[in-house]
Design a protein around this ligand. Structure first.
Ligand code: ASP
Ligand code: MG
Length: 327
């Protein structure tokens, strides 16, 4: 029997899904902040991480996918290699950096093979997905370096996608829940998984991406499947605003939102997140907390379901009595 599975205090800890977007994994400074947040979280909860590709990388992969000239394709690939090599050298120790470079080389070999395939939707998905296949192993090795037992997880094992009658890809929520639950049950206690956002697999196991900004949807699906108590969405903006705060000085931050309202507004494209991002958490009544890695102590925006489920009610009551006591 693996000693990892020995039941300890860990088995009673609150389960949280933490999603880090591209800017929160895209530089050495951002990764340092991620480690700080995760180390603090791991003391009080059982965190599951979902990560995006490094900032800008998915855009590069789109450019690569559209490029027809072999020479220019190589330029994009070299750029990708350099970005990941440089960042990993900055944040990993010698031994782990070596391990990462092996993973990176595998990924790049696969990408080169994919790029040589004739154009078609499956070729495109496989190119776009490469960003998350390169970022998740880097984050897992970084956590390990900081004493957190961690492993990266390819979301093709968890998220199942089927083709709809109209030819678009949709997530099969039931199969996704079943696959994720069974994977999670076997995950050793104390091990922090770093899951690739943005992607899943179809029947034959081929990768399908979920659309731009899809990592939020991935995190939400995983939160639903594992029955998480909370979904923390970490970015570099400290919450949701009435307008883009970088462009509009008048934009006001929401302190609280009803998950039901957030879902409706997001579907009407008013929150700028992936169209389906809130569906799974709404279904499972899971609070979402939009927070900034630049200000981890800040309030952010808390998005609460109208009916709080039992498993989060106690925490919410404590929080409310604390704020009442403080006023
Ligand atoms: N990397 C993907 C994108 O840039 C998915 C995500 O970040 O959510 O759209
Ligand atoms: Mg992104």
């Amino acid at each position: 029997m693996s000693t990892d599975r020995v039941q300890g205090a860990d088995s009673f800890k609150v389960v949280k899904v933490l999603k880090f977007g591209g800017t929160s994994v895209g530089s050495a400074d951002a990764l340092e902040r991620l480690v700080g947040i995760l180390s603090a979280e791991a003391i009080s909860s059982r965190p599951l991480l979902v990560v995006s590709a490094l900032s800008g990388v998915t855009d590069w992969l789109h450019a690569l996918e559209e490029e027809t000239q072999a020479k220019r394709q190589q330029v994009w690939i070299r750029k990708l290699v350099r970005r990941h090599q440089t960042l990993s050298a900055e944040v990993l120790d010698h031994e782990r950096h070596g391990r990462y470079l092996i993973r990176l080389a595998e990924c790049i070999d696969e990408l080169r093979d994919t790029v040589r395939q004739p154009p078609g939707p499956m070729r495109s998905h496989a190119i776009w997905a490469s960003g998350e296949w390169m970022s998740a192993p880097l984050v897992a090795l970084l956590l390990e370096r900081h004493g957190v037992s961690s492993e990266w997880v390819d979301a093709r094992r968890l998220i199942h996608v089927v083709e709809s009658a109209s030819g678009s890809w949709v997530v099969d929520r039931n199969k996704t829940r079943a696959q994720t639950e069974s994977w999670y049950r076997r995950l050793p206690l104390g091990r922090v998984p770093v899951i690739t956002g943005f992607l899943g697999a179809e029947d034959k196991g081929r990768v399908v991406t979920l659309g731009r900004g899809g990592s939020d949807y991935s995190a939400s699906l995983i939160a639903e499947a594992v029955g998480a108590s909370k979904f923390d969405r970490w970015t570099d903006v400290d919450g949701l605003y009435t307008a883009d705060p970088r462009k509009d000085q008048q934009a006001g931050r929401f302190l609280y939102l009803l998950l039901e309202d957030a879902t409706t507004w997001n579907e009407a494209n008013q929150l700028g997140m992936h169209a389906h991002a809130f569906e799974p958490v709404l279904h499972a009544c899971i609070p979402v907390h939009v927070r900034s890695t630049r200000n981890p102590q800040g309030d952010g925006t808390l998005i609460l379901p109208a009916r709080l489920p039992k498993r989060v009610e106690k925490d919410a009551r404590e929080l409310m009595s604390r704020t009442r006591a403080a006023t």
